[in-house]
Ligand binder design. Structure first.
Ligand code: ZN
Length: 71
């Protein structure tokens, strides 16, 4: 079973998880800020310009709805 990295769209923390069939990170929670819904890290994808994020209302309270200002 392959291992993938999931990146928190809120604070950018990487979490390594075993990839399960059908899992895309939406059910994972960031161990750092508690943000629900992590993005599967794609190898070679180095963009740091994440704005907004697909999480929307799932952000932690400290996100204030804008992940760019989180932490
Ligand atoms: Zn986070």
């Amino acid at each position: 079973m392959p291992i993938y990295e999931f990146r928190c769209p809120c604070c950018g923390v990487l979490t390594t998880e075993l990839y399960k069939m059908g899992e895309n990170g939406e059910l994972l929670t960031c161990p750092n800020c508690g943000h629900a819904g992590l993005a599967k890290q794609i190898s070679g994808f180095a963009s740091l310009g994440v704005s907004g994020g697909p999480g929307g209302g799932n952000c932690s309270p400290r996100c204030s709805g804008n992940c760019a200002g989180c932490h």
